[in-house]
Ligand binder design. Structure first.
Ligand code: RP5
Length: 164
């Protein structure tokens, strides 16, 4: 069973990461979502990654804030693609998490997305694009979604536009 695994460092990340899960629902893609921390529960995190890989996780999404080491810890424990979502909050309102997530040493990649809701949604899109390489039905859904997005720009514009 192929699925994508979402891991959050804290329940406080869920409000944002719910958007990630919702995106998988929208595309009918299987996912797991759990809370496990690189710092507060390192053994649980390690155990979960191993079990998820055995069950068929094809990619991991890691969301963490502040000294955000979760995505890096995942990258160290798996050779599957890891997508990092930096969370806002803390003294630097996410800049700390963004740098912690993105600044990985060579050979240990974490594909880092934007802070906040857009990043949470794009993490799911990115994982879906990975799955769609070998899944034609999913590839079609992604193309249809682009058409829907383009149409929305037009309808939104039509509702307010002034053109001379
Ligand atoms: C990180 O610390 C979590 O991912 C969260 O974004 C941040 C704060 O966690 P809480 O103190 O709200 O549990 O590990």
């Amino acid at each position: 069973m192929n699925f994508v695994s979402i891991i959050m460092g804290s329940k406080s990340d869920y409000e944002i990461m719910k958007h990630c899960a919702d995106t998988f629902e929208k595309f009918d893609v299987k996912y797991e979502i759990i809370i496990s921390s690189a710092h507060r529960s390192p053994e649980r995190t390690k155990k979960y990654i191993k079990e998820a890989e055995e069950k068929g996780a094809v990619a991991f999404i890691a969301a963490a804030g502040m000294a955000a080491h979760l995505a890096g810890a995942l990258a160290a424990a798996t050779t599957k693609p890891v997508i990092g979502v930096p969370m806002k909050g803390g003294a630097m309102d996410g800049m700390d998490a963004m740098l912690s997530t993105v600044q990985m040493p060579a050979g240990m990649p974490v594909g880092t997305v934007a802070l906040g809701r857009s990043g949470a949604i794009n993490a799911a899109y990115f994982a879906i694009q990975i799955l769609a390489i070998l899944d034609k039905e999913l590839a079609v859904k992604l193309k249809e979604d682009r058409i829907v997005q383009a149409k929305k720009v037009e309808t939104d514009s039509a509702s307010i536009e002034v053109i001379l």
